[in-house]
Design a binder for this molecule. Structure first.
Ligand SMILES: C[S@@+](CC[C@H](N)C(=O)[O-])C[C@H]1O[C@@H](n2cnc3c(N)ncnc32)[C@H](O)[C@@H]1O
Length: 252
């Protein structure tokens, strides 16, 4: 190990395209003795790690075989206590629906020196790559980031969100897309609200459907889109320039 005192870097690897890694992330990766990498992180990112670094995959995608969170946290503490510099490489930004906050709390409680390296979150990177300005001032008052998979299973207050007039960017919404859209419609969102789903945003494999809120589940199913995908709901979707792989059924 390179250091008498270990340290953990919680690093955001960006939304997918490995070129969207920050310069700081590259520098910290190069210092690491051990890299713990999530499965949404592009593997080309690892070429910035030193040749001698140990790489451990600790992915946990919904419904798939996964590494328990408690195991990952204990492993980071153990490695840092042995003097290792650990790069915990997470998709997007470590604090955006990524359990980075939980990991930071565990590391701090254990007295481990920790630094957070922010990354471009998928909810900004994927729409931006498609030309969607999520806070375009002509049509949006701001942007709200939501999960489609709340820990307690509850729905947000759709009426309040509709009244707020912000663009909605929804992570992890694909598994229960139909229910999600039905509850938004029941909560007062109009059927014709422009909506899109972006799969594998910023990657060469990116695909998207551009449609209306009511038509989104059907359009996603017809195009065979799956996870990982970001949903964007709001007038800003009209600004999207579709890629070659997109299915377009634009809002009227
Ligand atoms: C556990 S969350 C992690 C989010 C991550 N911390 C971030 O800031 O982007 C995983 C979800 O992020 C979204 N996601 C991650 N990468 C994506 C990509 N390349 N394209 C579209 N959505 C993506 C999907 O909604 C996926 O289900």
């Amino acid at each position: 190990m390179s250091n008498a005192r270990g340290k953990v870097y919680l690093i955001g690897a960006g939304p997918g395209d490995p070129e969207l890694l920050t310069l700081k992330a590259v520098r910290m990766l190069a210092r690491a003795d051990v890299v713990l990498v999530d499965d949404l992180v592009h593997r080309d990112t690892l070429r910035h790690a030193s040749a001698g670094a140990r790489v451990i995959a600790v992915g946990k995608r919904g419904g798939c075989k996964s590494t328990p969170q408690a195991f990952i946290e204990k492993l980071m503490v153990r490695l840092a206590r042995r003097g290792a510099v650990v790069a915990r490489l997470k998709g997007g930004d470590p604090f955006m629906f990524g359990r980075g906050g939980e990991e930071l709390a565990v590391l701090q409680a254990a007295g481990i020196e920790t630094e957070v390296v922010p990354g471009i979150t998928a909810g900004l990177g994927a729409p931006a790559a498609l030309g969607i300005p999520v806070t375009h001032r002509d049509v949006a008052r701001g942007v709200t980031f939501l999960t489609g998979h709340a820990r307690d299973g509850s729905d947000p207050d759709w009426r309040a969100l509709r009244a707020a007039g912000t663009t909605l960017v929804i992570y992890m919404g694909m598994a229960r897309l139909q229910t999600l859209i039905a509850s938004m419609l029941a909560g007062g969102f109009s059927a014709g609200t422009p909506a899109c789903a972006i799969e594998n945003g910023t990657l060469p494999t990116q695909r998207e459907v551009l449609t209306t809120l009511a038509a989104l589940p059907q359009a996603v199913a017809a195009a065979g889109l799956g996870s990982p995908a970001i949903l964007v709901i709001g007038e800003v979707v009209r600004y999207a320039r579709s890629s070659a792989a997109s299915t377009v059924e634009r809002a009227a």
